[in-house]
Write a new protein. Structure first.
Length: 143
């Protein structure tokens, strides 16, 4: 009787683990597609298009603005995501985005990283905020 109850517990644990992995995998796959990203910049609302391609715990894709497109790379943990976008400049710089996805929306913070060893300077050379709040809304789902 004791070994039978152990066997039932193992099967129940295995089923629970499989369900959890499927739920996490589905949530990550649910991020795949095109998103409209917005943030409040110094000169008003700025926008970009995100193309997200999750694969396991990794996140790849691109960020496209009116000035061009740049690749992104990052990671996923459940509904939390983070990614970095490298901009060629001049001067070259990068922005680290982090956020939480809920359905067809993502909200988070973006932080400019150093530009050639100096503090990130915004338009006109002023020092930019340490971080910006951003949000994204899904515009297309990947097939």
């Amino acid at each position: 009787m004791r070994s039978n109850s152990r066997s039932v517990r193992r099967r129940t644990s295995a089923a629970a683990l499989a369900a959890l992995l499927a739920a996490c995998s589905g949530r990550q796959a649910g991020l795949a597609g095109q998103w409209q990203l917005s943030w409040q910049g110094r000169i008003g609302t700025e926008q970009a298009t995100l193309l997200l391609r999750p694969s396991g715990g990794m996140l790849n894709g691109s960020l496209r603005t009116a000035r061009g497109s740049a690749p992104l790379a990052g990671s996923l943990q459940g509904s939390r995501l983070s990614f970095t976008v490298e901009f060629p400049g001049p001067p070259a710089y990068r922005i680290r985005f982090s956020g939480v996805a809920q359905g067809d929306q993502i909200q988070g913070e973006a932080q400019a990283q150093d530009a050639g060893g100096r503090a990130f300077a915004g338009h006109g050379g002023e020092v930019a905020l340490d971080y910006y709040r951003w949000s994204a809304v899904r515009t297309l789902t990947a097939r």
